[in-house]
Write a protein that binds this ligand. Sequence first.
Ligand SMILES: [Zn+2]
Ligand SMILES: [Zn+2]
Length: 112
Amino acid sequence: MCRMKKGGVMEISVKNEIGTKDEKCKKCGKEWIEHWELNMSRNCGQCRNPFCENKENNDMVGAHVVTVPSNGISYILPLCRSCNSKKESLGIFIVDSNDLCKADECIKENIK
Ligand SMILES: [Zn+2]
Ligand SMILES: [Zn+2]
């Protein structure tokens, strides 16, 4: 489910992806949160879980999420370590689609 808000911001339902894998991006060799910042060209900012109980927590990780329903693509989303560790019990939450960074695509892959 997604819907357009005023100003062209797209809200999209996501959930933590289960059974993730690599700790780092194979293309840039960085932690996922750094992969997000590298590809998005901005600071990761705060936890994107709207129900986060600790928004001031700056222990951020790049969480693997999928859209609901899934389009088969893994995305990286900045979450605090505590929300990321909740895995599937975190449930479905709504984020700004501009905050989703593809896990399988990295600007570094074009740099030889
Ligand atoms: Zn990368
Ligand atoms: Zn959080």
